[in-house]
Design a protein around this ligand. Structure first.
Ligand SMILES: Cc1ncc(COP(=O)(O)O)c(C=O)c1O
Length: 222
């Protein structure tokens, strides 16, 4: 049986919008800058753009967490698919921990564990993307939201963050963007790439400015 003939062609082609959305990444610009640093200049470069704190000794994971991880790996009990009871233990503990800061109690049913924030964004955007729907994304923003919304054929509407107001949301602009097809507004707090943290009063104003019911999804860095 001939599996691959030199004459056959792949029956797909790249998506132009997706290519455009993934072409400009902050990491790409940073790599470009880093590659162009003058190697003969002996001054220390302070890595202000370094987003992952785990490379610095003052951000070490606690020893108790490291030991718990090592113990569970070495026990040989958790190297396969998770049993429901094990997952329940984890989601219950997460719910208990998060409930300390919420005005209401979370249960294990409120917790969905993903491999990082990107998978969570993927799950949420895929679930929200129905034909004709739109999503509100901040400008400037972390690029993964735009790429995943584009892949899922959501219409993207940008609202502005105002540099002169410590990157607060331009509430007037936001009100004009949302309509009855808006399924979500992404609010990144603490802000990436701007690094700001919103006052809760500002967040309340943002939420009350949207007259349609949609999901607000926020990435908290813990
Ligand atoms: C706003 C935002 N969303 C998503 C991510 C991706 O998170 P993860 O690396 O956990 O997938 C990041 C990472 O910095 C982020 O800042």
């Amino acid at each position: 049986m001939e599996i691959c003939s030199t004459k056959s062609r792949w029956n797909f082609k790249g998506k132009e919008e997706a290519k455009k959305a993934s072409a400009c990444t902050i990491r790409g610009y940073l790599n470009n800058l880093n590659e162009n640093i003058n190697k003969n200049d002996t001054r220390n470069v302070i890595p202000l753009s370094h987003g992952d704190p785990s490379g610095f000794p003052n951000f070490r994971t606690t020893k108790v967490s490291e030991d718990a991880l090592i113990d569970s790996l070495q026990s040989g009990k958790y190297n396969g698919y998770a049993q429901k009871s094990v997952l329940l233990q984890a989601t219950r503990s997460i719910a208990e921990y998060l409930s300390r800061d919420y005005p209401y109690e979370l249960s294990s049913n409120d917790v969905h564990v993903t491999a990082g924030a990107k998978q969570a964004i993927d799950v949420l955007i895929t679930a929200l993307a129905v034909p004709g729907a739109n999503i509100l994304l901040p400008r400037p923003r972390y690029p993964a939201y735009e790429a995943l919304a584009t892949f899922n054929r959501l219409e993207i509407r940008h609202y502005d963050l105002l540099p002169e107001q410590d990157w607060e949301v331009d509430i007037n602009g936001l009100e004009a963007l949302a309509d009855d097809r808006t399924v979500a507004m992404v609010n990144i707090n603490p802000g990436d790439p701007c690094g700001n943290v919103y006052e809760s009063e500002h967040l309340k104003k943002v939420v009350s400015s949207l007259h349609y019911t949609c999901i607000y999804f926020v990435k908290n860095v813990v």
